[in-house]
Design a protein around this ligand. Structure first.
Ligand code: IMP
Ligand code: MG
Length: 174
């Protein structure tokens, strides 16, 4: 079986949308600072581009939780693989993710940072695949809503491939 990637959202569109989200975050947190928790590995490209567009002081740290591996089906459970190093107590946490699918990853991470007494916890995802939601989650900042297809590029992978594509695309198998 061979696969190919069809472009869905261009690099220019993605970057323009990230600039808008950066502006919105900067306005919402004017006079304060934010603590970006980047969910490894997929959100790295989005989180760094977003951080460059935020004009209030930014702290950046990384967390990794279990994900799909090489399958395309979610397990429904998340496991901590790498926790952040810095304290988020009293901080304005923004959890930055590549895509929200079933909702478990962002839903459970939000609960975790609330338990750690963040001042506020916001969720920010480059992509939203609402058709597959199993856990109800309010995402504060969404880049684009996408159909129920397997999405790659701009950090998202298919079997660890295609993260480095500068655009968002769909994997087609034939
Ligand atoms: P959730 O916990 O089901 O919301 O899944 C979120 C995680 O699943 C993301 O961080 C991605 O790693 C992965 N994921 C979900 N859908 C896709 C996709 O279409 N392409 C690549 N990764 C995906
Ligand atoms: Mg992921």
């Amino acid at each position: 079986m061979s696969e190919r990637v069809v472009e869905m959202i261009s690099e220019e569109e993605v970057n323009a949308r990230i600039a808008e989200i950066g502006k919105a975050i900067s306005e919402e947190f004017a006079g304060e600072s934010v603590f970006i928790v980047c969910v490894l590995r997929g959100a790295v490209f989005f989180a760094t581009e977003l951080a460059k567009r935020i004009t209030v002081p930014v702290t950046l740290d990384f967390i990794q939780v279990s994900s799909y591996g090489s399958s395309t089906v979610s397990s429904g459970d998340i496991k901590m693989i790498r926790d952040i190093d810095l304290s988020t107590k009293g901080r304005n946490v923004i959890i930055v993710e590549d895509i929200i699918d079933t909702g478990y990853t962002l839903g459970k991470l939000k609960n975790l940072f609330n338990q750690r007494h963040a001042k506020s916890v916001k969720l920010c995802s480059l992509l939203d695949k609402p058709d597959r939601r199993e856990m109800e989650v309010d995402v504060d900042y969404v880049g684009f809503t996408v159909p129920d297809k397997f999405i790659v590029g701009y950090g998202l992978d298919y079997d660890q491939k295609y993260r480095n594509l500068p655009y968002v695309g769909v994997v087609e198998l034939d």
